[in-house]
Each structure stands twice: as structure tokens, then as C-alpha cells.
Design a binder for this molecule. Structure first.
Ligand code: ATP
Ligand code: MG
Ligand code: MG
Ligand code: MG
Length: 473
């Protein structure tokens, strides 16, 4: 029988535990140590202070499976969901860590051993990138591993380059940083897309699975690099992408875990085509929504809560497109719990809260979703490629359609939204409200639900790039 997502999680932890790594639990999606960061978007977030030397741990080697969210904020994959084979909002990142202990040689050797010996991936399907000046990594891949030179691609730091790849990682404008090497899997010539470093690298043929970051420099405020006394290793591998390969499917949505969610979503929405894009989006979004709630976020009109609201409302709109007119989304939580509750006790414990919060949000949006859709369809039918800003604002203000939801609907029709017009309408309304002495916003959830959850602090988007994390790219 085929290897399951749960088997793969366990294999990863076992493998690195056998190499002297301490198993560390996943941190919450809301970073506890960094109020400038919107969400935990990679495994390194919980170790940030260890890299900076501000925090000491009892171990120098760690391994973990970190729940991550890339929606809103600097790393935002929300608009890729449903469009690529490989992007989620919520995903799990497998990581192994060296805090001043082993470095490039062991990190590369173990990654290769795990992929090709434990999981038996065919070596000829794998190729790697290295930072263009990192001869050490290049030589390890060529001489130690025996990878042919043509499958070791040197990638620059992407300054002005037309490609997305960037093999130099830094936590922030100053501090620990260094080159990375990434491992890609070739799903085969029948799928569109070029190798990393090529102009069509963004396709889904060559899929990036594992990023190994070698933190070896300290960047000063004037930009100069000096060597770190104790270089560190930070790796991240997407569990869903790896599972797709090991289960011999192409997209993440075809793996066991997603198929179970998709089947349940299909049943709840009376949809027969399991490849329907809306089902994929719904399956992705239930994970993000439920985990955000159990990690202490509730739908609201600002900050993290608004990211959650946007994700939920996108899912509900997809349900609407499938013909659903009643709350259905919260009914996916028990299935999600059955699939992931064992690996994430926080989900099992918070399951009832997640169901109630989602149901409340569904009931709330149900009051305006149908009329909003009717209005959008009318406006779209008479618009010439662009949804006017005033209409997008009316959808937002009166019908609770976040701007990105309207943009997503427009994109499906090959249209766009006049964002400047939307902003102008918003500014005008704020001015009117101020003049009248009114206050907007306010939470829509029952007070006792709010009381059950720990409030989270978020200091604003502005500080994200300045002081916040610059995550592996
Ligand atoms: P991509 O180039 O495919 O967008 P990335 O370079 O942004 O990936 P990293 O920041 O290097 O990704 O994260 C480490 C690993 O986490 C990736 O190699 C990939 O396996 C996984 N990963 C990253 N983003 C996502 C996502 N949105 N959904 C699922 N897995 C992801
Ligand atoms: Mg990467
Ligand atoms: Mg990448
Ligand atoms: Mg990315």
C-alpha cells in the first residue's frame, strides 16, 4: 500500500532523530516572538532568536514539522491557490536545523540520503540550484554526491533578473544570512515549465521541494558581510509537494490528505467532478481557516483577523459557485481533525471552537453573499474589462466582499478591478464618517467565543519588511 502523509512526517522526524536531532514541536501560526510578523511563514520563525544568538537551547540539532501560512503579508501565495499544482495558503514545512553545529557537507549528504535511499526517489529526476558564488556547495553536489554538472544550476541573487529564483537568504536587512541550495524534482516532459533559472521556470514541471539555507555571514548596516563565528543550517521542505512525488501524482491536491478533504467538500456541495478547481480552493482554505482559529485568530476587519475573513469568504464564494446556499464550510472541520488532529493536538482541542467560529462567519456572510454576487454579475456584464472602483467599494462596504475577493472573481473572467477608484471611494467614505463622528468596524462573533481565545498582537504591515523576517525565497 502507498506511503501516507502521516508516514512521511514520521519518516522525516525519525531520520533526523537518528542523526542526533532533537524533535521540536510546531510553533503556532501566530508568531509568539515577533509582533512585526503577520504569520509563521517558514520553519525558521520559531528559531529566529537562536540564530541571532539572543536565545540558547539545550540542543544544537533540531528537527520539526512546522505549520506555515503564506497569505497576507510579505509572503502571499493566496492568489496561486487553485492556479498552480504546488502552492497552498496553509502547508507543512519539514525542517532540520544546525545551530552552530554541522554545516554544508552533512546537510547535503543527509538530504540526499533521505530522498534517494530512504524514500528511493530516482536520482536522475532530481536537480539542484546553488548560489552562483557558492563553489563549496557546487563541489559537494558534484564530487561528494556525484550529480552531473548540468544538473547543478548556479543562480544569482536576482537583482534585476527576470526570474523568480533567488538563492541568497537573509533574515532581515542586517544580521545572519547566506547562500542556499535548493532541490527540484522533474515531474516529466508532459508538464509545462522549464528548469530553475530558465525563463519559464515558474511552470509546474520542475517543482522545488527542499531549500537548504547556509547561514554563514553577518551583514552589517553598511551592507558588508563578515563571517559568522558559528555557521548554521536552516532547511525547509514542503510536505505536500514531497508527498505528491512519493504517491506518484503531480499536484498536491491529489495526495491522500487533500483527496479526503476534497471528497468531503464534494459531498457537502453535491459536486461530482473531484478535479473541480473550487473544491481545491475550499480544501486549501479549510486548513488555513481552522488552524488560524485554533491558533487564536478570529475573523475581524483588521490585521490577522481580516486575512482570515478574506480566506473564509473566498471559500464561501467557491461554495456558492458550486450551488451551495447554506452553511457548509464548518462541516469540513471534523474531517480535517480526523486527518490532522493527531499530528496537531491543538486542532483536536480547538475543533469545536473552529466549527462555531466558522459557522458564525458563514451565517454572517450568507446575509449578503447572494445579493453581492448578483450585483457583481450585473456590473461585470456591462463593464469593459475593468470593474469600476465604486462598484468594488459598494461590494466591500455593503455586501462584505473584501477587495481581493472581487479581484479574484474579476480575474476568473479575464477582468481586473480599478483599485485606485476603490481606494478613492474608501477615502471618501472615511472622510464622511469622520465628519459625522461615526466609527466603523467591530467584531461580528459572539462575545463568548472571543473570550475563549487569547488575543494576538500584530504591530502592523509597515514593519514587516523593515524589522521583520525575510524568509527563505
Ligand atoms: P516556490 O518558489 O515554489 O514558491 P519558495 O521558494 O517560495 O517556493 P521557500 O520559501 O524556499 O519556498 O520554502 C521552502 C519550501 O517550502 C519550498 O521548497 C516548498 O517545498 C515549500 N513551500 C513554499 N511555499 C509553499 C506553498 N505556498 N505551499 C506549499 N509548499 C510551499
Ligand atoms: Mg525556495
Ligand atoms: Mg522558490
Ligand atoms: Mg514562493
Amino acid at each position: 500500500s502507498k506511503i501516507s502523509t502521516a508516514d512521511i512526517r514520521r519518516d522525516f522526524l525519525d531520520f533526523f532523530a537518528s542523526k542526533g536531532h532533537t524533535i521540536v514541536p510546531s510553533a503556532p501560526l501566530v508568531p509568539g516572538n515577533d509582533p512585526t510578523l503577520l504569520f509563521t511563514n517558514s520553519g525558521m520563525v520559531q528559531f529566529k532568536d537562536v540564530f541571532l544568538g539572543a536565545e540558547k537551547r539545550s540542543y544544537v540539532r533540531a528537527v520539526d514539522v512546522q505549520r506555515c501560512l503564506r497569505a497576507g503579508g510579505k509572503h502571499n501565495d493566496l492568489d496561486s491557490v487553485g492556479y498552480t499544482a504546488r502552492h497552498h495558503t496553509f502547508f507543512e514545512m519539514l525542517g532540520n536545523w544546525s545551530f552552530g553545529d554541522y554545516f554544508k557537507k552533512d546537510a547535503i549528504a543527509w538530504a540526499w540520503e533521505l530522498l534517494t535511499q530512504v524514500w528511493k526517489l530516482p536520482a536522475e529526476r532530481l536537480l539542484v540550484t546553488v548560489y552562483h558564488t557558492d563553489d563549496e556547495a557546487f563541489e559537494l553536489w558534484r564530487d561528494m554526491i556525484g550529480l552531473p554538472e548540468e544538473r547543478i544550476v548556479r543562480i544569482g541573487d536576482n537583482k534585476g533578473a527576470p526570474y523568480a529564483s533567488d538563492n541568497f537568504w537573509q533574515m532581515a536587512d542586517t544580521g545572519p544570512c547566506g547562500p542556499c541550495t535548493e532541490i527540484f524534482y522533474d515531474h516529466g516532459a508532459h508538464i509545462a515549465g522549464g528548469p530553475p533559472g530558465s525563463p519559464d521556470e515558474d511552470g509546474d514541471r520542475f517543482i522545488e521541494i527542499w531549500n537548504l539555507v547556509f547561514m554563514q555571514f553577518d551583514r552589517a548596516a553598511d551592507g558588508t558581510l563578515s563571517k559568522l563565528p558559528a555557521p548554521c543550517v536552516d532547511t525547509g521542505m514542503g510536505l505536500e509537494r514531497l508527498t505528491a512525488i512519493l504517491q506518484h501524482v503531480h499536484t498536491n491536491y491529489e495526495i491522500d490528505l487533500f483527496q479526503a478533504l476534497i471528497k468531503k467538500a464534494a459531498e457537502l456541495t453535491h459536486t461530482s467532478d473531484l478535479d473541480n478547481k473550487s473544491l481545491r480552493v475550499i480544501a486549501d482554505h479549510i486548513r488555513a481557516s481552522a488552524f488560524l482559529i485554533v491558533d487564536g485568530v478570529l475573523p475581524s476587519n483588521e490585521g490577522r483577523g481580516y486575512v482570515l475573513r478574506r480566506i473564509i469568504r473566498r471559500a464561501l464564494r467557491h461554495g456558492w459557485m458550486l450551488g451551495v446556499r447554506e452553511p457548509f464550510f464548518h462541516k469540513l472541520v471534523p474531517t480535517l481533525d480526523a486527518l490532522m488532529g493527531e499530528a496537531y493536538p491543538v486542532l483536536r482541542e480547538g475543533r469545536a471552537t473552529a466549527e462555531r467560529a466558522l459557522k458564525a462567519e458563514e451565517e454572517r456572510f450568507a446575509e449578503t453573499l447572494d445579493s453581492g454576487m448578483r450585483i457583481f454579475n450585473e456590473v461585470a456584464a456591462k463593464s469593459n474589462g475593468t470593474i469600476p472602483g465604486a462598484d468594488a467599494f459598494r461590494l466591500y462596504d455593503t455586501y462584505g466582499f473584501p477587495l481581493d475577493l472581487t479581484q479574484d472573481m474579476a480575474r476568473e473572467r479575464g477582468m481586473s478591478v480599478d483599485v485606485a477608484g476603490f481606494d478613492a471611494a474608501m477615502a471618501k467614505q472615511k472622510e464622511t464618517a469622520r465628519a459625522a463622528g461615526k466609527f466603523g468596524g467591530g467584531t461580528v462573533l459572539p462575545a463568548e467565543l472571543v473570550a475563549q481565545l487569547t488575543p494576538t498582537k500584530f504591530l502592523g504591515y509597515d514593519s514587516l519588511t523593515a524589522g521583520g523576517l525575510e524568509v527563505i525565497a
